[in-house]
Design a protein around this ligand. Structure first.
Ligand code: 1GP
Length: 241
């Protein structure tokens, strides 16, 4: 089944983010296996800093060897692409000040996406304060946490440009995730899938954001730090019940 179909059919989905730069491929694969045992729906592979093609490809290949999960790329630029994956979030960082993050790296990567035959999931990527590393790297004009209307306007911009996914990103390891009020306001106004990530490190936070309207919850840091399978199991239970 295509990932897009899976995401549309499920009430709330859970994605586990693995940054190939953070650990060796065999460790990444065992994290993915633990996440699969915990009930995650797919693995996202990517990060703010390029990992190198060898590391990226080995990571994706080993994850696919060890699990039955689909791998969706979450590329920082065209160097985050590989034909070993199943799909790609073809993303534009709409609130970047740097045009390379809006359409430049996409221009460089699009022919590769076509040649690799990846399932394409078009996404509007929006950075909200504090934004973390990705806000800095992506030269984002971060959406203020107390301005849900600005998030709604950007999310609608993405939808009207034809994107099927809107991702509100607080930044990996953010102290607090996207405010529930902002999630609710965006959900109320868009008709496409809403992805929420950054700083979701407890099942309670995940449940709150799912209740507020997130269609997909992304967690990364939480499984890097604790017993992966148990953490994912609790997160998944919290968002799907
Ligand atoms: C980062 O939103 C993701 O792009 C995940 O964030 O590492 O805080 O879970 P965390």
């Amino acid at each position: 089944m295509k990932l897009d179909q899976k995401f549309s059919e499920q009430k709330t989905s859970h994605l586990t983010l693995i940054d190939p730069d953070e650990q060796k491929p065999n460790k990444a694969a065992s994290m993915a296996l633990a996440a699969e045992n915990g009930g995650t729906d797919a693995i996202m592979v990517g990060g703010s800093i390029a990992s190198g093609l060898d590391r990226l490809e080995n990571t994706v290949e080993l994850i696919k060897d060890k699990t039955d999960l689909k791998v969706v790329l979450f590329p920082q630029d065209h160097s985050g692409l590989t034909d070993k994956a199943d799909a790609v979030f073809f993303m534009s960082l709409l609130n970047s000040r740097e045009k390379m993050y809006i359409s430049g790296f996409q221009f460089l990567g699009a022919p590769l996406v076509k040649r690799y035959g990846l399932e394409v999931l078009p996404m509007a990527y929006l950075i909200v304060e504090p934004g973390g590393t990705v806000g800095f790297v992506g030269d984002a004009k971060e959406i203020p946490r107390d301005k849900p209307d600005a998030a709604v306007a950007y999310a609608l911009t993405g939808q009207y440009m034809g994107m099927d996914y809107v991702y509100l990103e607080a930044g990996s390891g953010a102290e607090e995730p996207i405010p529930a009020k902002m999630v609710g306001a965006v959900k109320e106004n868009i008709d496409v899938n809403l992805i929420i990530g950054g700083g979701i490190d407890t099942p309670k936070k995940a449940a709150k954001l799912s209740k507020a309207g997130a269609d997909i919850i992304v967690t990364g840091t939480a499984i890097e730090e604790k017993d992966e399978s148990a953490v994912v199991k609790k997160m998944v239970k919290a968002i799907k019940s």
